[in-house]
Design a binder for this molecule. Structure first.
Ligand SMILES: Cc1cc2nc3c(=O)[nH]c(=O)nc-3n(C[C@H](O)[C@H](O)[C@H](O)COP(=O)(O)O)c2cc1C
Length: 328
């Protein structure tokens, strides 16, 4: 398989660069062809301008997407952009490797997206989401280092949840272009780790990337579910879960399987979110928000929960706000 690693760190001895190096080693050893766009080593210019093109459509006004569409027709991309587009087109998997900067990608990588993901050649018209350049077959994975630890990005910390922070890449870059995102590989706060712990992270990256093409990607909703860029054809259901019998030993044995199934449903897009709370509390409640075509789809799923026999469920369909219907 062909793999493109787009790496964005200015220090070759950084842990972020070690992740990219490990990825290259592992994937080559597994027999893949690996292309690396090491943006700093390439001195990649992230600033989008007329130098993206050798062709000109409208000399008096720079409208980037119009110039991109024109360049797509006449072969008018500057050689450094054309080379990156070709790497993207031939890649079966795309790896973005970067440190988290200001809750996002470093500018050099954002600039790669701004310049290389060109309208016409890469996306546009019907070529979006499942019909995009990735055709729902290419896969994308983020390798990222952070300053903060997992709790501040858990959804209960002071920062937004990591899923929210990474949505511009997972949804906005990967899935918008038909590239199926995998769970990101996050190396939390490497600056605060012992050497041995860093080695363990590299080992776990090695085992994960060995199975890069066996992993189940995250399912984000297809554009077919949003006719004319309108609202979701699917509904939202909130399920409130209460205990109907006392937790016993078997219950506690099944908690892990329960959490694993909920996480799987979230990856499959069947659950938008869930909150399990602390199961030791007496007045315990859990909340599951389903995205489903109808109520019976939800009702049919609930018996699959390993802890089903311990629970009562109350299902409420969320109403669609009128203002959204009127502002399609
Ligand atoms: C410009 C800049 C912005 C940063 N923004 C964040 C941030 O938003 N969140 C965070 O957790 N860490 C942030 N950090 C810390 C880096 O993520 C952290 O130092 C890096 O990931 C560690 O890996 P490295 O040693 O490979 O660079 C930032 C660092 C810099 C230099």
């Amino acid at each position: 398989m062909n793999i493109l690693i787009v790496h964005a760190h200015h220090e070759p001895k950084s842990f972020s660069s070690s992740l990219a190096n490990q990825a290259e080693l592992t994937l080559r050893a597994a027999g893949h062809d690996v292309e690396i766009s090491d943006l700093h080593a390439m001195n990649f210019d992230p600033v989008s301008s007329r130098k993206n093109f050798v062709s000109v459509k409208e000399p008096g006004y720079l409208k980037q997407q119009a110039e991109e569409s024109h360049a797509s027709k006449v072969g008018g991309f500057a050689p450094e952009i054309e080379a990156e587009i070709q790497k993207l087109e031939t890649a079966d998997a795309i790896i973005f490797s970067f440190p988290l900067w200001w809750f996002g990608m470093p500018a050099i990588l954002k600039g790669w997206c701004d310049r290389v993901l060109a309208s016409g050649r890469v996306y546009g018209g019907p070529q979006l989401y499942e019909n995009g350049v990735g055709k729902s077959v290419k896969r994308g994975i983020i390798l990222m280092t952070t300053g903060g630890g997992p709790s501040v990005y858990s959804g209960w910390g002071v920062n937004p949840a990591m899923d929210t922070i990474l949505a511009p890449v997972q949804h906005g870059v990967f899935w918008f272009n038909g590239i199926k995102p995998l769970e990101p590989f996050v190396a939390w706060s490497p600056a605060h780790l012992e050497n041995e712990e860093r080695v363990q992270i590299l080992e776990s990256l090695d085992s994960r990337l060995k199975k890069l093409f066996d992993e189940q990607p995250i399912d984000l909703p297809p554009i077919a579910d949003f006719p004319n860029w309108g609202l979701d054809i699917k509904n939202r259901y909130v399920v409130v879960v209460t205990l109907k019998k006392e937790p016993d030993e078997r219950f506690h044995e099944l908690v892990h399987a329960e959490q694993a199934l909920l996480a799987k449903w979230k990856r499959q897009g069947k659950l938008i979110e869930f909150s399990l709370g602390n199961m030791d509390q007496t007045e315990w409640r859990a909340f599951l928000t389903f995205r489903a075509s109808n109520r019976s789809e939800v009702t049919a799923s609930l018996p699959e929960l390993p802890l089903n026999e311990y629970f009562d469920f109350s299902i409420t369909e969320l109403a669609r706000p009128n203002y959204l219907e009127n502002n399609q």
